[in-house]
Design a protein around this ligand. Structure first.
Ligand code: SF4
Length: 192
């Protein structure tokens, strides 16, 4: 199945509607030869409402502080294919935290996107996405090294959410050193 047809099917998917208790809004963006395939956890409430990926506090940190790129560069299909383990905002639990991404979604849709997108680099954001793609590896170890997925370089980042403060406090080298290396790899690929 070609990618555009797959994206249409994803956008029409309502499989989790009953469990969510609201109408799902699947979000995916990009084309077959986008340079970077960007795989994260699941859309936030704000992304659910606007259908624009990383249009929230996490996105501001990711785009402007970590990658140091503009929205024009990030929301450019030549540059990024933007998807996630769960393509829809999954609602919140009783304590107000976002629910984990839908497990149906990764095998149903992400697996096929991974087959069809011919990127140069993978950027994997957050432990849910890392666990799916590298099930047997320690998350922090993945973050601090260059990994390989489908024969291509794969960078793993912690989730940029303000709720992830403990991880950043426990791993100060990420923002001091590792993100500088990651930024350079991303910028080099975008220049190609
Ligand atoms: S999370 Fe995935 S499987 Fe569930 S409704 Fe959205 S697109 Fe469909």
């Amino acid at each position: 199945m070609e990618l555009e047809k797959l994206k249409e099917k994803i956008k029409q998917c309502r499989l989790c509607a009953e469990r969510f208790g609201f109408t799902p809004h699947p979000v995916t963006f990009g084309k077959t030869n986008s340079k970077i395939m960007h795989i994260s956890q699941a859309p936030s409430k704000n992304v659910h409402l606007t259908l624009r990926s990383f249009n929230d506090a996490s996105g501001e940190r990711l785009k402007y502080q970590w990658y140091q790129i503009t929205d024009e560069e990030f929301y450019n299909e030549d540059n990024f294919y933007i998807t996630s383990v769960g393509h829809c905002y999954p609602g919140k639990n009783k304590s107000g935290k976002d629910n984990p991404p839908s497990k149906n979604c990764r095998d149903l849709w992400l697996k096929k996107e991974l087959e069809l997108v011919k990127c140069k680099l993978y950027v994997i954001v957050g432990s849910y996405a890392a666990k799916y793609l590298f099930p047997n590896e320690d998350f922090a170890t993945l973050v601090f090294k260059d990994n390989v997925l489908n024969g291509k370089k794969a960078l793993v980042l912690p989730h940029p959410s303000p709720l992830n403060m403990k991880w950043f406090m426990d791993h100060p080298e990420f923002e001091k050193r590792r993100i500088v290396e990651i930024r350079k790899i991303i910028k080099d690929v975008l220049k190609e």
